[in-house]
Ligand binder design. Structure first.
Ligand SMILES: [Zn+2]
Length: 99
C-alpha cells in the first residue's frame, strides 16, 4: 500500500530543493536553467497537488517562473490590508500573501 503522506513530503522536499537550485542558477545568470528547475518544480506541485504553501509559494501562479525579490519580482507591503504583494516582472501577475 502506498503512503500518500510520505510521497507528498518527499515531493515537497524536492520542490524546496528545485526552487533553491533555480534561485542559485538565477543569480549565476543562467536563466534557462532556472526556468527548467522552476518548470520541474511546477510539474511536481501539479502531480502531487501540493497547494501553494512553503517552497511552491516562490513560484508565479501564472507563468511558473521563480519569484526572486528584486530580480524577477517586485514586493510591496500593503500594511493596512496586512498583505505582501509580489508582482511578477515577466507576466505582471500579482500574488497577495497575508501575514
Ligand atoms: Zn509570472
Amino acid at each position: 500500500m502506498r503512503d500518500k503522506g510520505l510521497a507528498k513530503r518527499i515531493a515537497d522536499e524536492r520542490v524546496h530543493v528545485l526552487t533553491a537550485l533555480a534561485s542559485k542558477a538565477l543569480h549565476a545568470d543562467e536563466t534557462d536553467l532556472a526556468r527548467r528547475y522552476a518548470k520541474l518544480a511546477n510539474e511536481i506541485i501539479t502531480h502531487y497537488r501540493l497547494g501553494r504553501a512553503g517552497g511552491s509559494r516562490k513560484l508565479c501562479k501564472s507563468c511558473g517562473f521563480l519569484l526572486e525579490p528584486g530580480v524577477t519580482c517586485d514586493v510591496r507591503m500593503a500594511s493596512s490590508k496586512r498583505q505582501m504583494i509580489y508582482k511578477c516582472r515577466l507576466c505582471g501577475r500579482e500574488m497577495k500573501i497575508h501575514y
